[in-house]
Structures are given as structure tokens and as C-alpha cells.
Design a protein around this ligand. Structure first.
Ligand SMILES: CC(C)(COP(=O)(O)OP(=O)(O)OC[C@H]1O[C@@H](n2cnc3c(N)ncnc32)[C@H](O)[C@@H]1OP(=O)(O)O)[C@@H](O)C(=O)NCCC(=O)NCCS
Length: 134
């Protein structure tokens, strides 16, 4: 029996954490969107989710399982979805996915995925406990 056809991934439900547009200034020397720009957008999204959960300042301590799946093109709308996977004493693991939509189209496709760990820090940049969630 043939294996089932792989199904296209569907965008995460709900609102993205942040949304942005890939601009000509975000390209590499070859004219494609620079991976570092996309990584920065993912860090912004994870940082937004972390600061909200930890109710204050946080710092990125690790990035794992980072995958660049498809290219992003100038003019694309890029939506970043951040989901908290685990909350520790001072740290949070956050899954981030980026999805692109071409400027004129409706179809979306996933372009990256990575897991970011953030640590809640105090005014002296020392780890602080994440407040108990109500
Ligand atoms: C974030 C920082 C204050 C943490 O201080 P630290 O003394 O290294 O942290 P600790 O060893 O006390 O660990 C704090 C938490 O991070 C976790 N952690 C530490 N190293 C980790 C790693 N490599 N991966 C994942 N989690 C890690 C620990 O398990 C702990 O989590 P928990 O409290 O939920 O159990 C410090 O590492 C730092 O300032 N790093 C630079 C941050 C930064 O500048 N980021 C931006 C980069 S441009």
C-alpha cells in the first residue's frame, strides 16, 4: 500500500505574536532575505511572549532546533507565532514558527521553526523567579 500523501501544514490558529514585512534592506548580498533578519524576528516574538509571561525583563539564553524550511521574499508578510512549551523556575522554553504570505496572495507557508529559551532577569541582569501564573 502507498504511504499517504504528506498534508500541507496549516498555520497555527489564533493571532500571531508579531507580524512584519520583509523589505529590500533585509536582504543578503545575493538579494534574498537574510536568515539573520528572520532569526531576529523570531527572537522578538519569543521575547514578547517571555516578557508577557514573566511580567518583565527577559534575556535569550539558548536557541535550539532551528530550521530554515523555505525562503522568504522581499514584500512577503511574515507572521511569527510563539507558544510557551515549558515554564521552569526562571526560564521558559518557547516554540516559534514563522509563516510567509506573498504580498498579493492568500496562501501561507511555514518558513522557519525554532525553540528559544529565555530567562527572566532582574534590574541587575540576574535570573529572577517567574511569577506564579494566576
Ligand atoms: C541569562 C543569564 C542572566 C542567566 O544567568 P546564568 O547564571 O547563566 O543562569 P542559571 O545557570 O542560573 O540558569 C537560569 C535558568 O536558565 C536555564 N539554562 C541555563 N543554561 C541554559 C541553556 N544553555 N539552555 C537552556 N536553559 C539554560 C537553567 O536551567 C535555569 O532555568 P530554571 O531556573 O528554569 O531551572 C546569563 O546567562 C546571561 O546574561 N546571558 C546572556 C544573555 C544575553 O545577553 N542574551 C542576548 C544575546 S545577544
Amino acid at each position: 500500500m502507498d504511504a499517504p500523501e504528506p498534508q500541507p501544514a496549516t498555520a497555527p490558529s489564533g493571532a500571531p505574536t508579531i507580524r512584519t514585512i520583509a523589505m529590500p534592506a533585509d536582504t543578503n548580498p545575493a538579494g534574498d532575505i537574510f536568515g539573520g533578519w528572520l532569526l531576529a524576528q523570531m527572537d522578538f516574538a519569543a521575547g514578547t511572549a517571555a516578557a508577557r509571561l514573566a511580567r518583565g525583563r527577559c534575556a535569550t539564553i539558548a536557541i535550539e532546533a532551528m530550521r530554515f524550511l523555505k525562503p522568504v521574499y522581499v514584500g512577503d508578510e511574515v507572521s511569527l507565532y510563539a507558544e510557551i512549551l515549558h515554564v521552569g523556575r526562571t526560564s521558559m522554553r518557547i516554540n516559534v514558527e514563522a509563516w510567509r504570505r506573498s504580498r498579493e496572495g492568500e496562501e501561507v507557508e511555514q518558513v522557519t521553526q525554532g525553540v528559544f529559551t529565555f530567562v527572566a532577569i532582574d534590574a541587575n541582569r540576574k535570573p529572577r523567579p517567574i511569577p506564579v501564573q494566576s
